[in-house]
Design a protein around this ligand. Structure first.
Ligand code: NCD
Length: 305
């Protein structure tokens, strides 16, 4: 393994499979009454969150604690960042506190890469702007493999606000490495420029793709990142791109429905679909802890022990 996990795109097939297999081994632990291993005892993991988060931050905290690491939580609100402290000075402060691992979420694409040049510990990207979110892609792949038994040849359809989605980019890159076939479905205004260079297919028509889909992943419409109007009305968007019960019925029998959360119920996904037996949304959250344990274990648990 490399020292850092900055991008899903930089993982080799062997590294990605090692993370998924390690997570599979650790999964047994989360089902035990005492969910703790001594593996990272004495190590310090800092959660550095410059952007809001519920599940990702708590997930990393739970993962580090289950491996017995000490966890320091930092959020930009209420810190010296609001006094104008730079990322570099914040990084040097962490370095002085002896962080072995730094988990960072930041609104600027590339912030984790910069941080990695300033600190000695392992840096894990927990979402940088609209760029990447590698552990989300890993937990999604883990969830798909658990349900459908394989990733190779799996037909994965990712639907919605691809333009603002680091989850979509990381998934496309990782799934391509793992030989799944990905199709992005979105209105043209919500697709990034140069999407034709991504290792996936693109469609504007959800209804024609669903019958040939093993996994449908719905993306949140990210209103907070939108500074212009990307579609006429929410109603119009939902009419064409929301996964409702009628659309879900077009999926093959064993297909699953995913969403990274947080959901806009009723906008990109109907409540009855989110709560249906095909939905893996709650399971994705549980798998997130397991997969992040695997990542922390592989990055921090090695040679220095
Ligand atoms: C995503 C994120 O923050 O990139 N959520 C998550 O990490 N589970 C997706 C989103 O915000 O819509």
């Amino acid at each position: 393994m490399k020292r850092d996990l900055l991008s899903a795109g930089e993982l080799s097939r062997d590294e990605a499979v090692l993370i998924l297999d390690t997570a599979e081994e650790l999964a047994g632990l989360t089902e035990r009454p005492i969910k703790k291993l001594p593996t990272l005892r004495g190590r310090t993991v800092v959660n550095l969150f410059f952007e809001d988060s519920t599940r990702t931050r708590i997930s990393f905290e739970a993962a580090a604690k289950r491996l017995s690491a000490d966890v320091l939580n930092f959020s930009a609100k209420g810190s010296s960042v609001s006094k104008g402290e730079s990322l570099k000075d914040t990084a040097l402060t962490l370095e002085a506190m002896g962080a072995d691992g730094v988990v960072i979420r930041h609104s600027a694409s590339g912030a984790p890469h910069r941080l990695a040049t300033w600190v000695r510990g392992s840096v894990i990207n927990a979402g940088d702007g609209a760029h990447e979110h590698p552990t989300q892609a890993l937990l999604d792949a883990f969830t798909m493999r658990r349900h459908l038994g394989r990733l190779e040849g799996l037909r994965v359809t990712i639907v919605g606000d691809v333009l603002h989605s680091r989850v979509a980019r990381s998934n496309v890159l990782l799934l391509s490495t793992l030989a799944a076939e990905t199709t992005l479905v979105a209105p043209p205004t919500l697709l990034p420029v140069a999407v034709e260079t991504w290792p996936c297919a693109v469609s504007y028509d959800l209804d024609s793709v669903l019958p040939k889909t093993d996994v449908v992943m719905m993306l949140r419409v990210q209103a907070e990142r939108m500074n212009a109007s990307y579609f006429p009305t929410v109603r119009e968007y939902s009419r064409r791109y929301r996964l409702d019960a009628a659309r879900m019925a077009q999926l093959p029998d064993d297909a699953i429905v995913m969403h990274p959360g947080p959901m806009n119920r009723g906008v990109e996904i109907a409540a009855e679909v989110a709560d249906s037996a095909r939905s893996t949304i709650v399971e994705q959250v549980a798998n997130g802890v397991t997969v992040r344990m695997a990542v922390l274990y592989l990055l921090l648990g090695g040679a220095k022990a």
